[in-house]
Design a protein around this ligand. Structure first.
Ligand code: NAP
Ligand code: MG
Length: 515
């Protein structure tokens, strides 16, 4: 029997011992920079001449490491191995597969600060954010392991006197996991082990900006007893290897997390039936957000300002759940805006290796430029209250930025910026606020600050987002507590870390025997 699921606690870095532990791991990680990492196909380490270089976003010339890069031939080799491995892996005991996840969780927990230190450097995450990313990776392992045990005997259906009926889940086949850089550990881990624990084999293509953490996960899974060929590590260019695998007739399903642009491209390509393909591919696609916090006229404004600040600037606003829009009731708009501006001015943007840093860099030059382009748009569309600039001398640092008096239809209030930029619009009543909140093509997270029970109930029914929070911020979903995924152009709402998630990686089989 496994113990009931409980989420991994966050580390309290105000305790000196914890602080020392992470500092030590950061030093060790910095001493280990610049290594080379191979591909892993069927357990075999393969080194290529062509490499992906992973940089530290806070020190743009610092190389974290060099990762071998898969091309089409190597992707094909990985597909062959995954397909062969699936033929026996699909019949393994679910408990045995879950045990790999439990052991992997234990290994990561024992070396927690080592992983967190790596995320600080490779992802540019401040300590608290990096620690939460590691904790979430552990949570996915613990939660999905338990979910597999819950689902292993299928679901009860009806039988009759003359017949005995059963309904159980079987795996799908070879799955392609394509992961983003923002939760470089947690999302990459969750979207790799969910297909694996359900009996599929996996081709893992991580984001090219942050591939090394995936190699480290591979080592953990191997140490935990995962047989060769079950998960194959094939970093490479999204447009080359990604397209090839999405189109491949042997691909049975694709689990993608990333931008709306790439997500819709994968959805379209996956729908094409290729010569020799024997199924319609399944897609699990989680995309962007344009997430709103609504503040009602009777709300606790200090709490709202605090939540807006944290949700907008946590990990430099680079969360799909980040608050990038505030819709405030006109009665409290000015006061709330002033509180948020004051809090924003106090935020320290610095190298995330420092314990005190609240906000670090954005991920790379392309993001830096994109965010500052949006700042220019914001200057035309609204009123710049604070921030609006960056500094790229040592790394990709953008200052936290507030724009006021925006039209809810403005580009700043409609398009995903994926940086520390938050826009304010005014509503004349609560109904209008919800109408504005819903007026984007996305539907991922949202929050409402209100003490009016009727308004809270209205939002519960009408605010159309996958994750809706009351009187708290709109980020920081916890596995098993806040199943996560969005509506509309935010994705297929597969709800990662939720009770239905694993079923997306399986198919139900009905057997009926005449007695
Ligand atoms: P991205 O640019 O879409 O990349 C995501 C992954 O797709 C990367 O591994 C990328 O590889 C790969 N890719 C690129 N082109 C491809 C193609 N043609 N075929 C197959 N794969 C391809 O997204 P990102 O910049 O990494 O992540 C940020 C986005 O993710 C934001 O929009 C954010 O909202 C979203 N996100 C959503 C959720 C959610 O749960 N809904 C969670 C986290 C993030 P390369 O790196 O090699 O290009
Ligand atoms: Mg990208």
């Amino acid at each position: 029997m496994v113990t009931p699921y409980k989420h991994e606690p966050f580390t309290d870095f105000s305790i000196e011992e914890n602080r020392r532990a992470l500092e030590k791991e950061l030093q060790l990680a910095e001493a280990n920079l610049g290594k080379e990492y191979p591909l892993i196909i069927g357990g075999e380490r393969i080194t290529t001449d062509d490499k992906i270089t992973s940089f530290n976003p806070a020190k743009k010339d610092q190389v974290i490491g060099y990762v071998s890069k898969a091309n089409r031939e190597l992707a094909e080799k990985a597909m062959k191995v995954a397909d062969e491995t699936f033929q026996w892996w699909r019949k393994t005991k679910p408990e045995m597969r879950a045990d790999i996840l439990f052991r992997a969780a234990a290994i990561i927990r024992r070396r927690k600060h080592e992983f967190t230190a790596h995320l600080v450097l490779e992802g540019g995450k401040p300590w608290k954010e990096a620690d939460a990313d590691t904790a979430e990776a552990i949570d996915f392992l613990e939660y999905y392991g338990r979910q597999m045990i819950r689902l292993k005997d299928g679901v009860e259906i009806n039988s009759r006197e003359v017949e005995n009926n059963r309904y159980h889940y079987i795996p799908l086949g070879v799955g392609v996991t394509i992961s983003p850089w923002n939760f470089l550990f947690a999302i990459m881990c969750g979207t790799t082990v969910a297909p694996m624990v359900t009996g599929n084999t996996v081709l893992l293509k991580p984001a090219s900006t942050t591939p090394i953490i995936s190699y480290k996960l591979m080592e953990v899974l191997e140490e935990a007893g995962m047989p060769d060929g079950v998960v194959n590590f094939i970093p490479g260019s999204g447009s080359e290897v990604g397209d090839y695998l999405v189109d491949h007739p042997k691909t049975r399903f694709i689990s993608f997390t990333g931008s709306r642009e790439v997500g819709t491209r994968i959805f379209e390509r996956a729908s094409v039936v290729q010569p020799g393909q024997k199924w319609l591919k399944r897609t699990i696609i989680e995309m962007g957000g344009k997430d709103t916090i609504v503040v009602d006229e009777d709300a606790d404004l200090d709490a709202a300002a605090e939540a807006i600040t944290y949700s907008a600037y946590g990990f430099s606003g680079q969360k799909c759940s980040a608050c990038s829009r505030v819709i405030a009731h006109e009665a409290v708009y000015d006061e709330l805006l002033e509180l948020v501006v004051e809090k924003t001015k106090k935020i320290k943007v610095d190298d995330p290796t420092n314990y005190y840093t609240y906000m670090g860099p954005v991920i790379d030059e392309a993001s830096y430029n994109k965010i500052l382009d949006y700042v220019d748009i914001g200057k035309q569309e609204g009123k710049l209250m604070v921030g609006g600039d960056g500094n790229n001398t040592t790394g990709w640092f953008v200052n936290p930025t507030v724009f006021a008096d925006l039209d809810p239809k403005s580009r700043l209030m409609q398009e995903e910026i994926f940086g520390p930029v938050v826009g304010f619009s005014k509503a004349s009543n609560f109904d209008e606020a919800i109408e504005y909140a819903n007026d984007t093509e996305y539907g991922l997270t949202g929050a409402v600050f209100s003490n009016n029970r009727v308004h809270i109930e209205k939002a519960r029914e009408d605010f159309h987002v996958g994750n809706l929070y009351f009187n708290r911020g709109c980020t920081a979903a916890i596995v098993g507590y806040h199943p996560f995924g969005g509506f509309n152009m935010s994705g297929t709402d597969s709800k990662a870390g939720g009770p239905d998630y694993l079923v997306h990686h399986m198919q139900g089989k009905t057997t009926s025997e005449m007695l």
